[in-house]
Design a protein around this ligand. Structure first.
Ligand code: ATP
Ligand SMILES: Nc1ccn([C@H]2C[C@H](O)[C@@H](COP(=O)(O)O)O2)c(=O)n1
Length: 421
C-alpha cells in the first residue's frame, strides 16, 4: 500500500478534488504558494481547534478497493462522532483516464478533532487508503492540506506534502467518467473474466460463473437468421413484446442474463459495481453463445443485451443531470469488438406515469435499481439517454404507450424493413 501511495505523490499538486455538497460538487486544487484566494466553501464554519480530513481509497488490488469503498460510507457514519459531517469526495487528474480516486470528506464540527484523527489513523494501518488533514494557517483564512505518511512510515517526506487549498474550475467532463472503462463497463470478454476470476477467493459463486462461460469468446460471423434485441427500462413491455415476437415469428427467445445465471444473480447484485457489472458483462457472452447456436436454425429475439449492461452502468457511475453523462460519440459508448452484434436493437420508451401505472398493476417486488428508477427521475433520464448514445448497433426507439398489439405491429414493421422477416 505504501509503495503504491508513493507513486501517486508526484502528481498530487496537479490533482483536482471534488466534494459533493447538497448534491452538487465543490472543486478545489492545491498550490505550493498562496495568491490570496478564499478557501473553498467546504471549509466554512469549522471550530478553532478542529479540522477537516479527506480519505481516498487507493492502493491494494482493485477487488479489495471496490469492496472496501462499498462499505466505507456506512462504516464512517457509524464510527465518527455525531458532530462530524461526511460528504462523498473524489480526486482526479483532469482528462486523465483511470486517475479517479473515490473517498469521503470529513468536516469535524466538534471542539477537538482528536477522535476523528484516531479513527482515520487506525484505518490507514489496515485499509487501502490515503488520508489528508486540513488545517488553518496562522491568519485563519487559508487552509493547508497535509498528506499523512503511510502507516508503515516508509520514506515519506511529509514536509514536502503541504499545500494550500484553493477553489478550482469544474472540469470539462464529470470526474466519474474517467474510470468507467473496465471498472463499470467492460469492452471485452477478457476484462470482465479477469474481475470475476480475481473474486474467486472471496466470492465462492464466482467459480460457478466461470464454469458456465463459453470456452472462447469471439464475435462469430453474421448469423444465418436475424437477431433482434428488445431493450428498455423495467415495465416498458419487453417481456410482453418479446413473447409475442417469438410466437408470431416462430423465433427463439433468449435473455441476458441467461437462465443459467439466475440462481447467482442476487448474490452478484449485492456486490460493488466493479464485480456486479463484470457479472452482467459475462452474462452477455453466455447469451451470445446461445444466440450463435440458435440463429443457425431460427430468428432470435433477445430480452436485454449489452445496451442494458452499458446504459445502467454508465447512468449509475455518473450522478446528477443528463449533461453529466460522457459526451455523445465517445468510445465509452462503443460496442465490444468481441461480442456478437444483433441485426436490430429496439428501445421501448414510455411516459414515466404510464410506466408507474404498469408497475403498480403488475405488483411484483422491485430490485434496488428498479426502486431507484422509480424515485429518481434524473437516473431514469440518464439510463434512457445512455441507451440512445450507444452505437454499433445503435437502438431504434419505439413508443411503447399504445396497446400491446399496436406495439407488436410497429416492431414487426421495423423488423420487416431491416431484417426482411
Ligand atoms: N402495450 C402495453 N399496454 C398496456 N400494458 C402493457 C403493455 N405492454 C405490457 N403491458 C403490461 O405492463 C406490465 C409490464 O410489462 P412487461 O412485464 O412486459 O415489462 P418488462 O419491460 O418486461 O418489465 P421488466 O423489465 O421489469 O421485466 C405488465 O403487467 C404487462 O401486462
Ligand atoms: N444484459 C443485462 C441485463 C440486465 N442488467 C441489469 C441492469 C439493471 O440493473 C437490471 C435490470 O434487469 P431486470 O430487472 O429488468 O431483469 O439488470 C444488465 O446490466 N445487463
Amino acid at each position: 500500500m505504501a509503495r503504491r501511495a508513493m507513486s501517486l505523490l508526484p502528481s498530487w499538486s496537479s490533482r483536482v478534488f471534488s466534494v459533493e455538497l447538497d448534491g452538487a460538487p465543490v472543486y478545489f486544487s492545491l498550490r505550493e504558494k498562496h495568491r490570496g484566494e478564499e478557501a473553498p466553501r467546504v471549509f466554512s464554519r469549522v471550530p478553532e481547534r478542529s479540522g477537516c480530513f479527506s480519505l481516498l481509497v487507493c492502493g491494494g488490488d482493485r477487488i479489495r478497493r471496490a469492496k472496501f469503498y462499498a462499505q466505507l460510507g456506512d462504516r464512517l457514519s457509524r464510527d465518527l462522532l455525531p458532530g462530524c459531517d461526511l460528504a462523498p469526495m473524489a480526486s482526479f487528474l483532469p482528462n486523465v483516464r483511470g486517475s479517479l480516486m473515490k473517498g469521503y470528506f470529513v468536516k469535524d464540527n466538534s471542539e477537538s478533532s482528536s477522535a476523528s484523527e484516531r479513527l482515520l489513523r487506525d484505518l490507514t494501518r489496515t485499509e487501502p487508503v490515503l488520508v489528508c488533514s486540513y488545517s488553518r494557517d496562522r491568519d485563519g483564512q487559508m487552509w493547508t492540506q497535509h498528506l499523512w505518511p503511510p502507516a508503515d512510515g516508509q520514506g515519506t517526506d511529509t514536509s514536502k506534502s503541504k499545500y494550500y487549498v484553493v477553489p478550482s474550475e469544474a472540469p470539462d467532463y464529470h470526474p466519474s467518467t474517467l474510470n468507467i472503462i473496465n471498472s463499470d463497463v467492460f469492452y471485452s470478454f477478457e476484462e470482465a473474466y479477469e474481475v470475476i476470476k480475481q473474486c474467486g477467493d472471496i466470492i465462492p459463486e464466482a467459480t460457478s460463473v466461470l464454469e458456465l462461460l463459453p470456452s472462447r469468446a469471439e464475435a462469430r460471423g453474421r448469423p444465418d437468421f436475424p437477431v433482434i434485441v428488445i431493450e428498455g427500462l423495467d415495465a416498458t413491455g419487453k417481456t410482453t413484446l418479446t413473447e409475442s415476437l417469438r410466437d408470431s415469428l416462430g423465433a427463439t427467445l433468449l435473455r441476458s442474463p441467461p437462465q443459467c445465471l439466475s440462481p447467482l444473480r442476487a448474490r452478484f447484485d449485492q456486490e460493488p459495481p466493479l464485480i456486479r457489472r463484470a457479472f452482467y458483462a459475462l452474462g452477455n457472452y453466455i447469451t451470445a453463445e446461445q444466440i450463435g447456436q440458435e440463429a443457425m436454425k431460427t430468428p432470435v429475439i433477445v430480452d436485454r443485451f449489452w445496451h442494458s449492461t452499458a446504459a445502467y452502468a454508465i447512468a449509475t457511475a455518473v450522478s446528477g443531470p443528463v449533461c453529466n453523462l460522457p459526451a455523445e460519440g465517445l468510445e465509452l459508448y462503443r460496442w465490444p469488438s468481441d461480442l456478437l452484434q444483433p441485426s436490430l436493437v429496439v428501445l421501448l420508451t414510455l411516459d414515466p406515469e404510464e410506466r408507474k401505472r404498469r408497475l403498480r398493476d403488475r405488483g411484483q417486488g422491485k430490485t434496488e435499481e428498479e426502486q431507484e428508477l422509480d424515485h429518481n427521475q434524473l437516473f431514469r433520464c440518464r439510463v434512457e439517454e445512455a441507451y440512445r448514445r450507444i452505437s454499433g448497433p445503435a437502438c431504434v426507439t419505439v413508443d411503447a404507450s399504445p396497446s400491446a398489439d399496436q406495439v407488436l405491429q410497429q416492431v414487426r414493421l421495423l423488423i420487416r424493413g431491416k431484417c426482411h422477416l
